[in-house]
Design a protein around this ligand. Structure first.
Ligand code: HEM
Length: 103
């Protein structure tokens, strides 16, 4: 299931509180069930519904716990030509603790 490829355009169709996908880095996450549970509140997550939350997710300084949590919602990846041009930190890719890679 997490081998699936979704374009940014496909992701953008899942933009409601009952169907909420977001992009963080190279990956696509279905966070529908998490929206109401988000410690930062549902509204802030819904602002990014169907869109790219990479910068917002990183700039808040989410804990390792939040990063591990994110991996549980992964449903697929962006096509290679739609991926951001940075190397995804391993803690998101494999849900294991490691230092972010240098750009
Ligand atoms: C689905 C992805 C997300 C997950 C799994 C997640 C998870 C969490 C968790 C576990 C916390 C508690 C503090 C911590 O452990 O770091 C938190 C806090 C917070 N999150 Fe998220 N978050 C997500 C997306 C976002 C996005 C896109 C934003 C947008 C800016 C955001 C904004 C915040 C803020 C502002 C807090 C701090 C709340 C406070 O301390 O009052 N989160 N998040």
């Amino acid at each position: 299931m997490s081998d699936a490829i979704f374009t940014r355009s496909e992701v953008s169709m899942h933009c409601g509180e009952d169907d909420c996908w977001i992009i963080v880095g190279n990956y696509v996450y279905d966070v529908t069930k998490f929206v109401d549970l988000h410690p930062g509140g549902p509204e802030i997550l819904l602002e990014f519904a169907g869109g790219d939350a990479t910068d917002a997710f990183e700039s808040v300084g989410h804990s390792m716990c939040a990063r591990m949590m994110l991996t549980k919602f992964k449903i697929g990846s962006l096509p290679e030509d739609e991926r951001p041009d940075f190397v995804q930190a391993e803690y998101i890719t494999h849900a294991k603790i490691s230092l972010p890679m240098a750009h």
